[in-house]
Design a protein around this ligand. Sequence first.
Ligand code: ZN
Length: 255
Amino acid sequence: MTLVAILSGAGVSTDSGIPDYRGPNGLWRKDPEAEKLVTYDFYMADPDIRRRSWQMRRASAAWNAEPNAAHRAVAELERSGTPVRVITQNVDGLHQLAGLPARKVLELHGTAREVVCTRCHARSAMADALARVEAGDPDPSCEVCGGILKSATVMFGERLDPMVLGQAMAIAKGCEVFVAVGTTLQVQPAASLAGIAVDHGARLIVVNAEPTPYDELAEETVREPIGTALPALLRRLAAEAGTAPGTDSGTAQGS
Ligand code: ZN
Protein backbone atom coordinates (compact mmCIF):
# COMPACT_ATOMS: atom_id res chain seq x y z
CA MET A 1 0.00 0.00 0.00
CA THR A 2 1.07 3.53 -0.75
CA LEU A 3 2.00 5.48 2.35
CA VAL A 4 0.79 9.05 2.04
CA ALA A 5 2.53 11.61 4.26
CA ILE A 6 0.80 14.94 4.72
CA LEU A 7 2.69 17.94 6.08
CA SER A 8 0.07 20.45 7.17
CA GLY A 9 0.68 24.09 7.99
CA ALA A 10 -1.32 27.10 9.12
CA GLY A 11 -3.20 27.34 5.81
CA VAL A 12 -5.08 24.13 6.65
CA SER A 13 -6.71 25.76 9.68
CA THR A 14 -7.52 29.22 8.35
CA ASP A 15 -10.93 28.00 7.11
CA SER A 16 -11.59 27.05 10.75
CA GLY A 17 -11.03 30.65 11.78
CA ILE A 18 -7.52 30.16 13.19
CA PRO A 19 -5.09 32.76 11.84
CA ASP A 20 -1.44 32.10 11.05
CA TYR A 21 0.33 33.01 14.29
CA ARG A 22 3.84 31.70 13.95
CA GLY A 23 4.75 31.59 10.26
CA PRO A 24 7.25 34.02 8.73
CA ASN A 25 4.36 36.44 8.07
CA GLY A 26 2.33 35.32 11.08
CA LEU A 27 0.73 37.58 13.66
CA TRP A 28 3.38 36.95 16.30
CA ARG A 29 6.31 37.72 14.04
CA LYS A 30 4.72 41.03 13.09
CA ASP A 31 4.09 42.12 16.67
CA PRO A 32 7.18 42.14 18.94
CA GLU A 33 5.04 42.46 22.09
CA ALA A 34 2.96 39.41 21.11
CA GLU A 35 6.10 37.50 20.17
CA LYS A 36 7.44 37.97 23.71
CA LEU A 37 4.41 36.13 25.08
CA VAL A 38 5.45 33.02 23.18
CA THR A 39 9.22 33.31 23.60
CA TYR A 40 10.61 30.94 26.21
CA ASP A 41 13.15 33.20 27.92
CA PHE A 42 10.74 36.12 28.31
CA TYR A 43 8.03 33.77 29.53
CA MET A 44 10.21 32.14 32.17
CA ALA A 45 11.73 35.41 33.39
CA ASP A 46 8.68 37.63 33.73
CA PRO A 47 5.46 36.88 35.67
CA ASP A 48 3.71 39.71 33.84
CA ILE A 49 4.48 38.08 30.47
CA ARG A 50 3.01 34.85 31.85
CA ARG A 51 -0.16 36.59 33.04
CA ARG A 52 -0.65 38.14 29.61
CA SER A 53 0.13 34.79 28.00
CA TRP A 54 -2.63 33.07 29.98
CA GLN A 55 -5.07 35.81 28.97
CA MET A 56 -4.07 35.33 25.34
CA ARG A 57 -4.64 31.56 25.64
CA ARG A 58 -8.05 32.21 27.22
CA ALA A 59 -9.01 34.30 24.21
CA SER A 60 -7.65 31.84 21.62
CA ALA A 61 -9.76 31.20 18.55
CA ALA A 62 -8.78 27.53 18.74
CA TRP A 63 -11.15 26.54 21.54
CA ASN A 64 -14.30 27.05 19.50
CA ALA A 65 -12.81 26.05 16.16
CA GLU A 66 -14.26 23.14 14.22
CA PRO A 67 -12.40 20.95 11.73
CA ASN A 68 -12.97 22.08 8.13
CA ALA A 69 -13.22 20.26 4.80
CA ALA A 70 -9.44 19.78 4.59
CA HIS A 71 -9.21 18.10 8.01
CA ARG A 72 -12.21 15.92 7.18
CA ALA A 73 -10.69 14.91 3.82
CA VAL A 74 -7.51 13.70 5.53
CA ALA A 75 -9.53 11.67 8.05
CA GLU A 76 -11.59 10.20 5.18
CA LEU A 77 -8.44 9.19 3.31
CA GLU A 78 -7.33 7.27 6.39
CA ARG A 79 -10.74 5.61 6.75
CA SER A 80 -10.61 4.56 3.10
CA GLY A 81 -7.77 2.22 4.02
CA THR A 82 -4.88 4.24 2.59
CA PRO A 83 -2.00 4.37 5.08
CA VAL A 84 -1.71 8.02 6.15
CA ARG A 85 0.59 9.90 8.48
CA VAL A 86 0.10 13.59 9.21
CA ILE A 87 3.01 15.76 10.24
CA THR A 88 1.54 19.07 11.34
CA GLN A 89 2.93 22.47 12.21
CA ASN A 90 -0.42 23.32 13.79
CA VAL A 91 -1.09 23.09 17.51
CA ASP A 92 -4.89 23.18 17.33
CA GLY A 93 -5.63 19.44 17.40
CA LEU A 94 -8.17 19.77 14.56
CA HIS A 95 -6.88 16.74 12.60
CA GLN A 96 -7.71 14.56 15.60
CA LEU A 97 -11.07 16.28 16.15
CA ALA A 98 -11.91 15.44 12.52
CA GLY A 99 -11.50 11.77 13.40
CA LEU A 100 -7.89 10.99 12.50
CA PRO A 101 -6.47 8.63 15.16
CA ALA A 102 -4.03 10.53 17.39
CA ARG A 103 -1.27 7.99 16.75
CA LYS A 104 -1.27 9.01 13.08
CA VAL A 105 -0.62 12.69 13.85
CA LEU A 106 2.83 14.05 14.65
CA GLU A 107 2.61 17.53 16.14
CA LEU A 108 5.94 19.18 15.34
CA HIS A 109 5.12 22.27 17.39
CA GLY A 110 3.31 20.45 20.18
CA THR A 111 -0.29 20.97 21.20
CA ALA A 112 -2.16 23.93 22.65
CA ARG A 113 -4.64 21.53 24.24
CA GLU A 114 -2.24 20.53 27.00
CA VAL A 115 0.02 22.31 29.45
CA VAL A 116 3.41 21.09 30.61
CA CYS A 117 5.42 21.88 33.73
CA THR A 118 8.77 23.51 32.91
CA ARG A 119 10.32 21.84 35.99
CA CYS A 120 8.91 18.28 36.35
CA HIS A 121 7.44 17.99 32.81
CA ALA A 122 4.07 16.75 34.11
CA ARG A 123 1.32 17.25 31.54
CA SER A 124 -2.31 18.09 32.07
CA ALA A 125 -5.26 19.51 30.17
CA MET A 126 -5.15 23.14 29.03
CA ALA A 127 -8.86 23.33 29.86
CA ASP A 128 -8.11 22.66 33.54
CA ALA A 129 -5.40 25.33 33.65
CA LEU A 130 -7.68 27.85 31.93
CA ALA A 131 -10.41 27.04 34.45
CA ARG A 132 -7.95 28.02 37.20
CA VAL A 133 -7.23 31.30 35.37
CA GLU A 134 -10.95 31.86 35.07
CA ALA A 135 -11.31 31.25 38.81
CA GLY A 136 -8.83 34.01 39.60
CA ASP A 137 -5.32 32.51 39.46
CA PRO A 138 -3.49 34.75 36.95
CA ASP A 139 -0.47 32.42 36.55
CA PRO A 140 -1.40 28.88 37.63
CA SER A 141 1.57 26.75 38.68
CA CYS A 142 2.18 22.99 38.45
CA GLU A 143 -0.05 21.09 40.85
CA VAL A 144 2.62 18.40 41.23
CA CYS A 145 5.73 20.48 42.02
CA GLY A 146 4.78 24.17 41.95
CA GLY A 147 6.87 24.84 38.83
CA ILE A 148 5.99 27.27 36.06
CA LEU A 149 3.37 25.90 33.65
CA LYS A 150 3.37 26.62 29.95
CA SER A 151 1.36 25.56 26.95
CA ALA A 152 2.64 22.24 25.55
CA THR A 153 3.56 24.05 22.35
CA VAL A 154 7.08 24.73 21.11
CA MET A 155 7.76 28.36 21.98
CA PHE A 156 10.22 30.56 20.11
CA GLY A 157 13.62 29.75 21.59
CA GLU A 158 12.69 26.11 22.27
CA ARG A 159 13.84 23.10 20.28
CA LEU A 160 11.45 20.76 18.53
CA ASP A 161 11.04 17.45 20.35
CA PRO A 162 13.84 15.31 18.85
CA MET A 163 11.69 12.17 19.10
CA VAL A 164 8.86 13.75 17.13
CA LEU A 165 11.29 15.16 14.58
CA GLY A 166 12.98 11.76 14.20
CA GLN A 167 9.63 10.11 13.56
CA ALA A 168 8.75 12.79 11.03
CA MET A 169 12.01 12.18 9.17
CA ALA A 170 11.37 8.43 9.12
CA ILE A 171 7.94 9.07 7.62
CA ALA A 172 9.40 11.43 5.01
CA LYS A 173 11.94 8.76 4.04
CA GLY A 174 9.41 5.94 3.94
CA CYS A 175 6.43 7.51 2.17
CA GLU A 176 5.55 7.17 -1.52
CA VAL A 177 3.60 10.43 -1.69
CA PHE A 178 4.38 13.56 0.33
CA VAL A 179 1.70 16.26 0.29
CA ALA A 180 2.73 19.64 1.70
CA VAL A 181 -0.45 21.61 2.30
CA GLY A 182 -1.05 25.09 3.66
CA THR A 183 2.59 25.64 4.49
CA THR A 184 4.99 28.16 2.98
CA LEU A 185 7.82 25.60 3.46
CA GLN A 186 10.00 28.38 4.83
CA VAL A 187 10.38 27.24 8.44
CA GLN A 188 13.08 24.66 9.11
CA PRO A 189 13.37 21.86 9.90
CA ALA A 190 9.77 21.18 8.88
CA ALA A 191 10.31 22.42 5.34
CA SER A 192 13.32 20.16 4.78
CA LEU A 193 11.05 17.13 5.21
CA ALA A 194 9.74 17.80 1.70
CA GLY A 195 13.28 17.60 0.31
CA ILE A 196 14.06 14.48 2.31
CA ALA A 197 10.93 12.80 0.92
CA VAL A 198 11.95 13.63 -2.66
CA ASP A 199 15.52 12.43 -2.04
CA HIS A 200 14.06 9.09 -0.97
CA GLY A 201 11.90 8.71 -4.05
CA ALA A 202 8.56 10.14 -2.98
CA ARG A 203 6.27 12.14 -5.26
CA LEU A 204 5.96 15.64 -3.82
CA ILE A 205 2.69 17.53 -4.19
CA VAL A 206 2.49 21.12 -2.92
CA VAL A 207 -0.93 22.61 -2.16
CA ASN A 208 -0.49 26.24 -1.18
CA ALA A 209 -1.82 29.60 -2.31
CA GLU A 210 1.68 31.08 -2.62
CA PRO A 211 4.76 29.63 -4.30
CA THR A 212 7.16 27.74 -2.01
CA PRO A 213 10.91 27.11 -2.24
CA TYR A 214 10.16 23.43 -2.94
CA ASP A 215 7.84 23.92 -5.91
CA GLU A 216 10.57 23.00 -8.39
CA LEU A 217 10.98 19.61 -6.74
CA ALA A 218 7.25 18.99 -6.84
CA GLU A 219 5.56 16.71 -9.33
CA GLU A 220 2.50 18.90 -8.96
CA THR A 221 1.69 22.27 -7.42
CA VAL A 222 -1.89 23.23 -6.62
CA ARG A 223 -2.81 26.87 -6.03
CA GLU A 224 -6.57 26.48 -5.62
CA PRO A 225 -8.21 27.00 -2.21
CA ILE A 226 -7.29 24.19 0.18
CA GLY A 227 -10.90 23.54 1.21
CA THR A 228 -11.77 22.28 -2.27
CA ALA A 229 -8.35 21.33 -3.68
CA LEU A 230 -7.24 19.00 -0.89
CA PRO A 231 -10.41 16.84 -0.80
CA ALA A 232 -10.22 16.45 -4.61
CA LEU A 233 -6.52 15.57 -4.50
CA LEU A 234 -6.91 13.04 -1.69
CA ARG A 235 -9.87 11.35 -3.41
CA ARG A 236 -7.67 10.98 -6.48
CA LEU A 237 -4.80 9.51 -4.43
CA ALA A 238 -7.19 7.07 -2.72
CA ALA A 239 -8.50 5.98 -6.11
CA GLU A 240 -4.96 5.49 -7.44
CA ALA A 241 -4.07 3.42 -4.38
CA GLY A 242 -7.27 1.41 -4.72
CA THR A 243 -6.85 0.61 -8.42
CA ALA A 244 -3.23 -0.42 -8.22
CA PRO A 245 -2.81 -2.46 -5.06
CA GLY A 246 0.47 -4.19 -4.44
CA THR A 247 2.27 -2.66 -7.38
CA ASP A 248 4.51 -0.54 -5.22
CA SER A 249 7.80 -1.57 -3.70
CA GLY A 250 6.09 -2.79 -0.57
CA THR A 251 8.10 -0.60 1.74
CA ALA A 252 5.09 1.24 3.12
CA GLN A 253 4.22 0.65 6.72
CA GLY A 254 0.81 -0.76 7.48
CA SER A 255 -1.95 1.38 8.83
ZN1 ZN B 1 5.87 20.26 37.99
